[in-house]
Design a protein around this ligand. Structure first.
Ligand code: SAH
Length: 461
């Protein structure tokens, strides 16, 4: 691979890459050697060359099948090149340049050539990956064997990229996209790969039209990691295109008010005031309330329950459960379960929350949920929120008579919600009070309503 700068003072490339143009630099890697040298270094044009000399003997240690011996790894750009990039140009990739820090953010006219690359999905994929990042892309097909031209074209090509871009960005793009082109990423794909993808994709991956392809291939389609990556990208404000349009639609509707944030804050505040030290979040979804509860040490035991395994995976990744300090980790537990079935694990809590959950249940099932929560689990306090249907007319973009979310089985008026809640409270020995969630309109009320149930004295389990 070569990187050429044609900027004025083109030799500055040496500072940025942290490699002196006057020297040959060699680094030992587990699978061979990486060499960096400059094929030219003048103030008009400076070219740094990275040669990765993959040692085929190293590769076949632990080989089990023929492909382990006979493959293109030593001859074509692959994930080995990526590893080499990370090691050899680690300083540049991290965005550091001690000697000339002002250069880091400077765009330079760069030309990058990867001599032999195999693009899964053909040359078209190269354009789809690099053009949105501002590169002019040229891919020249390579014949299979120059001595035997009638053998035809190989699946390999020479990739040339030209752009005005910072060295840091260019290296980040290559670091992420080379493994995306390579079908056989050699290293073990673990959770840390998501971190790498996020770190090196920062600032450009979110907005990339092919981000789905990039994320999926980078993580070798490992579903849980792909979900985690999408969740984290979405965290950073990208609309979710992982098949979860409905949620995005609802978020979009409510966004101007960040209603959900207000809802979560209000629920957490009420639970706190009620002195609930242990809380179970029923239908916790992707863990927004859990995150809020965790941030307050007054909540010593927190359990999130949801029927959706995927939601729990996303919650786990957003809360970074696998990286949490032991002491913190002990405060929280995620469990899969259904609100429609009696479940011992739900007993013994001071408080329970059902934030925007009941409207996802079929009305004939509500009675089952009521018994599970108010009769069997029987926490001292239960906080329930649900949309106020009256408010829907004020949502620009919501057609008349439509519900906010395709999965909502119903949306109640304030009176309907109050009637339901009072009946439940009466039946199971709770008192109930109501509050608005979000800014209230004089006529239509607030976007959501909250009911706070507390066991009546003498009504304890
Ligand atoms: N409380 C979360 C999620 C609300 S979306 C929040 O405010 O962000 C509704 C959630 O209820 C979804 O995650 C869905 O999987 C869950 N859910 C739906 N039916 C359920 C059931 N029968 N038991 C448990 N959870 C259920």
């Amino acid at each position: 691979m070569t990187i050429t700068s044609t900027a004025q003072q083109a030799t500055d490339l040496g500072y940025l890459l942290h490699k002196n143009p006057a020297n040959l630099h060699t680094l030992e890697l587990p699978f061979g050697k990486a060499h960096v040298f400059y094929s030219c270094a003048t103030s008009e044009r400076t070219t740094a060359c990275l040669v990765v000399d993959v040692n085929p003997v190293e590769l076949v240690r632990g080989a089990r099948q023929l492909e382990d011996y006979v493959n293109d790894r030593p001859y074509a750009a692959s994930s080995y090149l990526t590893v080499a990039l990370g090691r050899v140009f680690g300083t540049a990739l991290a965005g550091n340049c001690a000697k000339r820090p002002e250069l880091v953010g400077t765009r330079l006219p760069l030309e990058i050539t990867v001599e032999v690359v195999r693009s899964r999905g053909g040359p078209d994929v190269l354009k789809r990956l690099f053009e949105p990042l501002g590169y002019v892309v040229a891919a020249t097909g390579l014949t299979l064997d120059e001595q035997f031209p009638d053998w035809g074209e190989s699946p390999y090509c020479r990739l040339q990229l030209r752009a005005s871009v910072t060295v840091h960005d260019a290296l980040s793009h290559l670091y992420v996209l080379l493994p995306v082109l390579d079908g056989q990423k050699h290293y073990y794909i673990a959770g840390a790969e998501v971190d790498k993808l996020m770190r090196h994709g920062e600032g450009w991956l979110q907005g990339h039209p092919e981000r789905r392809l990039i994320v999926q291939r980078y993580l070798k389609r490992r579903a849980s990691l792909v979900d985690e990556a999408f969740a984290r990208l979405q965290d950073d404000g990208v609309e979710d295109d992982s098949g979860e349009q409905p949620a995005a639609v609802e978020r979009e509707l409510e966004r101007p008010m960040t209603l959900h944030t207000q809802r979560i804050s209000l629920v957490a505040a009420r639970l706190r005031e009620l002195g609930a030290a242990s809380v179970v979040d029923l239908g916790c979804g992707e863990g927004r309330l859990l995150r809020r509860l965790l941030a307050d040490r007054g909540f010593v035991r927190i359990v999130g329950m949801d029927v959706s395994h995927r939601a729990l995976e996303v919650a786990s990744s957003r809360l970074r459960l696998n990286r949490m300090a032991e002491r913190e980790r002990k405060r929280i537990l995620l469990i899969q379960g259904s609100l429609l079935y009696r479940d011992r694990r739900l007993s013994g809590f001071d408080g329970a929350a059902l934030v925007e959950v009941i409207e996802h249940l079929d009305p004939p099932r509500l009675a089952a949920m009521e018994r599970v929560v108010f009769d069997f689990a029987r926490p001292r306090h239960v906080v329930v929120t649900t949309p106020n249907r009256e408010y829907n007319v004020l949502f620009a973009g919501l057609a008349e008579g439509r519900l906010r979310h395709p999965d909502h089985r119903f949306e109640w008026t304030r009176a309907e919600f109050a009637a339901w809640a009072r009946a439940v409270a009466g039946r199971f020995g709770y008192q109930v009070s109501f509050e608005d969630v979000g800014p209230a309109d004089e006529q239509h009320g607030a976007p959501s309503r909250m009911a706070v149930f507390s066991l009546s004295s003498g009504g304890a389990a």
